[in-house]
Design a protein around this ligand. Structure first.
Ligand SMILES: [Cu+2]
Length: 200
């Protein structure tokens, strides 16, 4: 009788292990490292992925309002990655007024942000680069890049970006950087069927 119980326990254990393995989800994390022409890791690159077949990537839309702060007479962050339709506010935590402007065709901006106040929210409906300055403080500069994909991020000081759990498929990985001419930036095709490292 004891043997039967042990056999039953063994079967139950095997069954549970099998069920657990069924539920294991393969992660498709894509880790991208951006380097410049000299091989140095490139911080502040806006990296984005698009499907090779041109279809949209299924991704829950991030409706949060992005923020560029002005603090100590500087913009934070220096580089902001947006997608089409994203909203952004300029905050000012300084005790002085700033006057944000951009002459970009993508999004002309001309807004005075008084001390410790926030601007209205701007919507970005065109793809490309928006170079920012302050009309009062010439040393203030920042960049916004509106990517053609909802999957985008800014590379860290090690030139790295991680896109967690991308749907399996074939993608093009591209980037923009304010110091690298567009003609010099490379795109790379990558097949994602599990965790994937990409050097670009
Ligand atoms: Cu200013």
């Amino acid at each position: 009788m004891l043997k039967y119980v042990n056999v039953l326990k063994l079967i139950a254990t095997c069954f549970c292990v099998a069920i657990a393995n069924w539920n294991v989800v393969t992660a498709n994390d894509v880790i991208i490292t951006v380097t410049d022409q000299t091989g140095e890791n490139l911080e502040g690159a806006v990296v984005y992925v698009e499907r090779i077949d041109g279809k949209p990537i299924k991704q829950q839309r991030d409706e949060s309002i992005k923020i560029i702060d002005q603090k100590g007479e500087a913009f934070f962050p220096f580089v902001t990655a947006l997608s089409l339709g994203d909203k952004l506010e300029f905050h000012n935590t300084d005790p002085i007024t700033h006057h944000v402007y951009s002459f970009s065709k993508v999004k002309p901006i001309n807004i005075i942000v008084p001390a410790r106040q926030n601007s209205e929210a701007f919507t970005f409906d065109a793809q490309g680069v928006v170079a920012l300055g302050c009309n009062i403080h010439d040393h203030m500069a920042a960049f916004i890049y509106i990517a053609p994909s909802p999957i985008k991020a800014v590379s860290d000081k090690n030139g790295k970006v991680i896109f967690a759990n991308l749907p399996k498929g074939d993608y093009t990985v591209s980037y923009w950087h304010h110091r690298v001419p567009r003609s010099k930036t490379k795109s790379q095709q990558v097949s994602v069927h599990g965790n994937t490292d990409v050097n670009i």
